[in-house]
Design a protein around this ligand. Structure first.
Ligand code: BDP
Length: 710
């Protein structure tokens, strides 16, 4: 068990369960060609039933009245004599009916039929033989993955920005790899959770992706993913007309530039007739963009929108992650959090109808706790796509267990109260609240060639849950996790209970030991985003600031006295955040600059809460290795050991986090911990007290991770 099949292992059910189940006698896959997702569905079902039930069913494309599983589109099903009840299927939706030994899986389109098949297989694999008859529709039309894979130069092996599981499955040596086996395996995983599109290269895009060899390679990637209903798109570099096309400008209103992008779109369409669209990061973190030419961001987005318009229904996903990373932080009012609304508020209504705006869930950058990005409340005439991160860039980089759906659901369930009407984020990104045809979800996933895909078996629950929540954001995060666990590790109660308990404790614990009360993850912000480095937060251009000094901490983002950020929300939400009293404790330091001695709703002071929370969080992580022991012998040794290793590491690293952060703020504030733990580590053996033989002394960075620095 090396993780390669993730939750699609189709492990055999126990013999008695197999015997009790009534499995139909054959499979009928109604839509023909070998690249059709319906054909794929037939093959997958055959494979699944062979694994789960040891039954080798015949797959045909001829309808039968006998005992069978019939898969097809509504059209194929009804035109071959099938009868359906009154149903209302939306794009990619399906109808699933299981009755005795007759199963009908009918998709609104071919992709929907494949999704229904995976749903049926998921039931079979979990030993669930309930008779059902229901329709299921995705919450939103856009359900994508973003890979941040680099098209590196020749001689390198496909690095991935913020990827923690080895090199790219797509690129090596500046080219698209020859063997695309992993790519189709990836598409299979995506399809099984209802994901329908992928951007294969990094948002910091390399223009070489557009050269003729690579265009052909993109065609091969799309071919590998198409049978799974996954459409491929790419990230574009705004400056390509200059750097690749040798034009003198990349001005979006320049005729030559418009022509150049038009030709690229035609070329792309020739190689990938069903391409999903393009993702654009512009005027952000030194990337070029339309503002360089005194054009608006909408001019930039529409340039691409018009280039691709003649070629089907592809879209432009334009990122709202636009900010100035050279922002002057000595200016007390400067606030990176303001950027997205400042840049986009006046552009609503100015984007073409095949443009959507991709918005990170919070205004900064995938932090352990952020308020919802206020931009979700400002785009009424443009579709919004929420950007989530499965790759744990700021959250332990897959070396720490952090189950993310509770964080995501906090965001998706937040009510923006636009115009005093209920405006849940999940209803905005479904397109419902503002009547948008195009809207949805994108997650940075960054799988790599490691057989575990993400570098850690347990991290895969986040990927699985991402697809499930994009399909149905009201799904319960615990039952998603239980499904994933049964499919990945088996149905033993001890396995399910152990993984559920650890996973559900993991996000709060991580928040507690890395940065609580809304101060964000106090990590190394200018470098790898890994490990504690509170002193790196302030005094840099990236704008994730604590503004801490000897007496007080937190960022004043109020309108009356701060950066004005809270005023970007609707009046009711703004009023809540404007006032210290009504701001929830978990975002207190996000919105307010307060003395360390400020009392929280719990009655504790800010600094004592800080100390206690870091101890509590680290204490929870300490229990993980022990909790995991409960599954020893119940799962295979390979995965048991690999997970145990990571959990042991996390337990240790949580202590490093706890002490580094607590010591830092103790030194800054000189306020003692009521329990006298902080700055006092009698059990430690200080490096300077040891005799070193054959080692070289190095400066420890961040210095708080060395205990004796003061
Ligand atoms: C940040 C990452 C950086 C990305 C950037 C983005 O640190 O690597 O390029 O976001 O989303 O989170 O563009």
């Amino acid at each position: 068990e090396n993780g390669i099949d993730a939750w699609l292992r189709y492990a055999a059910l126990p013999c008695d369960v197999q015997k009790a189940a009534s499995i139909p006698a054959g499979i009928v896959a109604l839509n023909g060609s070998e690249t059709s997702p319906v054909f794929t569905a037939g093959q997958e079902l055959h494979k699944g039933i062979l694994g789960i039930h040891h039954k080798d069913l015949v797959v045909t494309n001829t309808p039968t009245n006998g005992s069978s599983i019939t898969i097809g589109t509504v059209d194929a099903f009804t035109s071959t004599g099938g009868a359906l009840p009154e149903i209302d299927l939306k794009g990619d939706g399906f109808w699933l009916s299981i009755k005795n030994d007759s199963v009908q899986i009918v998709g609104q389109n071919e992709r929907g039929a494949l999704y229904g098949t995976f749903q049926y297989l998921s039931m079979l694999a979990q030993g669930n033989f309930t008779e059902v008859a229901y329709e299921s529709n995705p919450s939103a039309p856009i359900r994508w993955v973003n890979q941040w894979d680099n098209m590196d130069d020749t001689g390198t092996h496909g690095s991935i920005e913020r990827g923690y599981a080895g090199p790219s499955i797509f690129f090596a040596d500046g080219l698209i790899v020859e063997d695309l086996t992993r790519v189709s395996q990836y598409a299979r995983l995506m399809a099984s959770i209802g994901l329908n599109g992928i951007i294969v290269n990094n948002v910091n895009a390399n223009v070489n992706l557009l050269n003729s060899t690579n265009m052909a390679g993109l065609g091969r990637i799309a071919d590998a993913m198409r049978p799974w209903g996954v459409r491929m798109g790419i990230s574009l570099n705004f400056d390509s007309p200059r750097t690749l096309g040798k034009l003198t400008t990349a001005d979006p209103l320049d005729e030559g530039v418009i022509q150049w992008w038009g030709d690229i779109a035609t070329d792309l369409h020739d190689h990938v007739p069903d391409f999903a669209g393009v993702l654009v990061k512009a005027n952000s973190e030194s990337q070029p963009g339309p503002l360089t030419y005194n054009r608006t961001l909408a001019d930039g987005a529409n340039l691409f929108a018009r280039a691709i318009k003649p070629h089907g229904d592809a879209i432009v996903m334009f990122r709202a992650f636009v900010y100035d990373n050279k922002i002057n932080q000595t200016n007390w009012k400067a606030d990176r959090a303001n950027a997205a609304v400042d840049f986009f508020r006046d552009l609503d209504g100015k984007f073409d109808d095949n443009v959507v705006v991709q918005i990170k869930y919070g205004p900064i950058d995938f932090q352990v706790r952020e308020p919802v990005s206020p931009l979700f409340g400002h785009l009424e005439q443009t579709g919004s796509v929420i950007e989530l991160q499965v790759t744990q860039e700021y959250l332990g980089q897959q070396c720490h267990l952090v189950y993310l759906p509770p964080l995501w659901k906090t965001i998706l369930n937040f009510d923006m109260k636009v115009d005093n009407k209920p405006s849940l984020v999940r209803d905005i990104v479904s397109g419902e609240r503002f009547n948008q045809k195009l809207a949805g979800y994108a997650a940075v996933v960054n799988v790599g060639t490691n057989t575990t895909w993400l570098g850690n078996h347990l991290a895969m629950s986040n990927f699985y849950a991402y697809g499930r929540l994009a399909w149905e954001p009201t799904s319960d995060d615990v039952s998603i996790l239980e499904d994933w666990t049964r499919l990945t590790f088996g149905s033993d109660r001890a396995i399910i209970d152990t993984i559920t308990k650890m996973s559900m404790e993991s996000w709060p614990a991580h928040e507690n030991y890395t940065g609580n009360l809304g101060i964000q993850s106090l990590t190394d912000i200018t470098g790898p985003h890994y490990g504690p480095k509170p002193q790196s937060q302030d005094g840099n251009g990236w704008g994730q600031w604590t503004r801490a000094d000897a007496n007080s901490i937190g960022m004043d983002r109020t309108v009356w006295n701060g950066t004005g950020y809270s005023g970007q929300y609707s009046s009711e939400v703004a009023a809540m955040y404007e006032d210290v009293e009504t701001t929830p404790d978990d975002l207190l330091l996000w919105f307010h600059h307060v003395p360390y001695t400020q009392k929280l709703k719990s009655g504790k002071t800010v600094i004592q809460h800080f100390y206690d929370a870091h101890y509590d969080g680290a204490a929870v992580a300490q229990t993980f290795p022990k909790q995991w022991e409960a599954v020893k012998g119940l799962i295979d040794t390979e995965r048991y050991d690999e997970v145990a290793f990571r959990l042991e590491y996390q337990a240790g690293h949580a202590l490093v986090w706890r002490d580094a952060i607590n010591d830092f703020y103790f030194n800054m504030s000189s306020i003692k911990d009521e329990q006298d733990r902080v700055g006092n580590h009698p059990w430690r053996i200080e490096a300077e007290d040891m005799e070193l033989d054959g080692y070289t002394v190095i400066q420890v960075d961040p210095f708080e991770t060395a205990s004796g620095f003061h």
